[in-house]
Design a protein around this ligand. Structure first.
Ligand SMILES: Nc1nc2c(ncn2[C@@H]2O[C@H](COP(=O)(O)OP(=O)(O)OP(=O)(O)O)[C@@H](O)[C@H]2O)c(=O)[nH]1
Ligand SMILES: [Mg+2]
Length: 312
């Protein structure tokens, strides 16, 4: 089973590109100002400025430092390095921050169980709606577990998404135990031979340890009912929260077996460099990016498109 293979709409990479438009505008304007025409020689001071420029685009201090260090090394022997060379080196080093492509959403179990986690308001529920839609388009049947039992409105929000993407929603009115809702959803998915189960979770703060325990409990419940589950744990990070998102992410990474990252709201920031900071610092592959609030606004992440889009 391979839900991503059938027909990746060409528009998807275009969406990623469009979502990065303001980042590109900001970054290329500043780079042009700083580096000048392609033939012009670059001074060590300009390279230092470039580092600040990258930090300003939210690539993070560490990542920006190491990128510029690589440009410096790459230019050794042919001093002074030209603006064009510096740009080329930056693009190739940036590309290296991401894992090489090759990932496909290979599903071996039925249902393939996905937990979607992340702090408050990052876009978990929205991402679930978009994923359900993506799988429906690929001819896969989806079931959604409304396991965010903290927020009353979460069920309503999910049912709207599920109606739009024709996914079945499992909920418990007045339920308090997320793992119990998931348990029901897993049984329903098995009984109805569904391809994929998407479990929403509550927005949780990394300081509230009991909430993290709850997601762990959900994972255990899933594993008892479906061998190998959860097969994927997607951590959702909001691009507009910048470096703070990275700090929040670490708690999830150490507590749960996160298999992939979804970066949302890329359309709402001129600091899309955060995607590179996430990739290089967390070392967890970025699977999808959110490019808007609509059903179709989820693009599979593609590193080449990303690099071309922000530097092009
Ligand atoms: N522009 C834009 N908005 C998004 C994107 N993803 C989510 N949003 C918006 O972000 C807001 C929060 O999204 P939710 O899906 O409710 O977030 P959540 O993580 O489920 O929130 P809690 O359940 O409260 O923790 C909503 O207004 C969404 O429309 C995106 O990719 N782009
Ligand atoms: Mg939610």
């Amino acid at each position: 089973m391979n839900p991503s293979k059938p027909k990746e709409r060409p528009g998807y990479f275009g969406r990623l590109k469009r979502a990065l438009q303001s980042t590109r505008r900001e970054l290329s304007r500043r780079m042009n100002e700083l580096l000048g025409p392609r033939e012009s020689p670059i001074s060590p001071e300009q390279l230092e400025e470039l580092e600040y420029l990258l930090i300003g685009a939210d690539l993070g201090v560490e990542t920006s430092e190491s990128l510029v260090a690589k440009i410096r090394q790459g230019g050794r022997g042919k001093r002074p390095i030209s603006s064009g060379q510096a740009r080329k080196l930056l693009a190739s080093e940036l590309l290296e921050l991401f894992e090489a492509p090759g990932w496909r959403e290979e599903w071996v179990a039925k249902p393939h169980v996905v937990l979607v986690v992340g702090v408050n308001g990052v876009g978990k529920t929205t991402t679930i709606g978009k994923l359900a839609h993506r799988y429906a388009r690929a001819g896969k049947s989806a079931i959604v577990s409304a396991s965010d039992t903290f927020r009353a409105a979460a069920v309503e929000q999910l049912s709207v998404w599920c109606r739009r993407s024709r996914a079945e929603l499992i909920m418990q009115r007045g339920g308090t135990d997320p793992a119990a809702v998931l348990h029901d959803a897993l049984q329903a998915a098995k009984a109805r031979n569904k391809d994929v189960l998407l479990a929403d979770t509550a927005g949780r703060l990394h300081t509230k340890r009991n909430l993290m325990e709850e997601v762990k409990k959900m994972a255990r419940v899933a594993g008892r009912l479906v061998p190998g589950a959860p097969h994927d744990v997607y951590l959702v990070l909001d691009a507009t929260t910048g470096q703070n998102g990275l700090i929040q992410a670490r708690e999830f990474l150490t507590t749960l077996g996160v298999t992939g990252i979804v970066v949302t709201k890329l359309d709402g920031t001129a600091k899309g460099g955060i995607v590179a900071a996430i990739a290089s610092q967390l070392k967890i592959p970025i699977r999808f990016v959110g490019t808007g609030e609509g059903l179709d606004d989820l693009a599979p992440f593609d590193r080449q498109t990303f690099v071309d889009s922000i530097l092009g």
